[in-house]
Ligand binder design. Structure first.
Ligand code: ZN
Length: 133
């Protein structure tokens, strides 16, 4: 079951510059900055109420964020949904014919197990499933 939007992921070129914009906008500092080496990204997380924003900057040209920014402007990159059981959710979606980028969950930022659906399956919208570890 998808419980709620866990966060919106935003691709940025310069994390520090975007941190300032979101700190000004939201009136809070990021509660976390974290590098995810396996994804070649540097992330920061903001929270207001239940809503979270994840900013992502590429740390290498092979990063999905670097590739996204070759084709798109900075902006919304993915929508992440909180799930109670990521294994069951992947099985459910694969059973319905959806294509996963990750059929096995992997470690993501912010103490989460994550798996992305392939945007070919979802009308171009990149969807992340995440479960608190
Ligand atoms: Zn995310």
């Amino acid at each position: 079951m998808l419980n709620k939007i866990e966060h919106l992921g935003i691709a940025v070129k310069d994390l520090q510059a975007s941190n300032k914009v979101f700190a000004d906008l939201l009136g809070v500092l990021p509660y976390k900055e974290e590098e995810v080496a396996s994804e070649h990204v540097l992330t920061s997380f903001f929270q207001i109420g239940e809503s979270k924003i994840e900013l992502l900057q590429a740390t290498s040209p092979e990063s999905a964020i670097a590739k996204f920014l070759e084709k798109n402007k900075e902006g919304i990159h993915h929508i992440a949904f909180d799930v109670s059981d990521i294994y069951a959710e992947i099985e459910r979606l694969v059973g319905l014919g959806y294509q996963m980028i990750h059929e096995q969950p992997k470690d993501g930022a912010d103490n989460k197990l994550i798996a992305f659906l392939h945007p070919k399956s979802t009308n171009g919208v990149l969807i992340e499933l995440c479960q608190e570890k």
